[in-house]
Design a protein around this ligand. Sequence first.
Ligand SMILES: *[C@@H]1O[C@H](CO)[C@@H](O)[C@H](O)[C@H]1NC(C)=O
Ligand SMILES: *[C@@H]1O[C@H](CO)[C@@H](O)[C@H](O)[C@H]1NC(C)=O
Length: 281
Amino acid sequence: MLAEISPLFGAVKQRFITLFRGGPCRVVAVSGLLLLLLYVFSFDYRYSHDSPETCPRIAFNWWSLWPPASSGTGTGTGSRTNLSHIVFGIVGSLNTWGSRKPYLESWWRPDLTRGYLFLDGTPNTSLLCPFTCPALRINEDITSWEIYPAIKRPTQIRMVRSILETFRQGDQDVRWFVMADDDSVLFVDNIVQVLSKYDHTKYFYLGGSSESVLSNAYLTFEMGFGGAGFAMSYPLVAAMAQTLDGCIKRYPYILSADYLTYICILDLGVAVSPTKGFHQV
Ligand SMILES: *[C@@H]1O[C@H](CO)[C@@H](O)[C@H](O)[C@H]1NC(C)=O
Ligand SMILES: *[C@@H]1O[C@H](CO)[C@@H](O)[C@H](O)[C@H]1NC(C)=O
């Protein structure tokens, strides 16, 4: 047995000797190159963007290179994600709803899209749209909270709590919650396509940064800006439902709803997965 492989071994040894001949400098250069190649090819890039374990890691798992990584993790659990797996939470206000109704009606698909429109009171009957808008909900009254007087922007808190209140509607067979403003225009087919790439059984928070560099610099580059809408997987929202009110009470001074949402999700150890396609203009 040994005798059979020894000619091969001899040849390999010969190669190495040739490679390293020429003094210590060449040895250092060649080993450096080999280490670099090893690092480049064994760095597991796939996990550095899409996964909640966003820490890039060195993985010596050569099998991950072949067969090619299946990115369609969304199909990993059950059927492919479709429109009926998504619940939309749209937040408006009595003041603006009159002029913004057409935005929502432009993309809402009665009987196909599921979701709710949250307002701060009952609108004038002339503003109701029972067939062309989501079901109307009035946000819960939190003025009795002890911390309420310390809340800087109650409207923004109402927007954050709409996530919780959307969840509490108790829809069945939900994989994703998509939150947006009443003047957001959503392209639902694109949203379905994007969401179906992610594993809805894991914690995911998908959104885009602002087109305004100043807003990003002032708040952070790492959050989903609300005007463009953002998506959260069901398990993430289920976890948030336990902690959100506590989080709001901890940060009553935060002025922006999407920033507070980002902070509360971060408190759960989940970072945003930056997703191209969510635009604020
Ligand atoms: C979406 O998929 C579910 C199965 O998970 C199926 O029951 C439902 O009919 C599908 N809905 C649409 C609109 O295709
Ligand atoms: C409701 O809207 C109509 C028409 O815009 C207006 O005439 C009426 O006064 C409004 N009612 C209330 C209670 O605001």
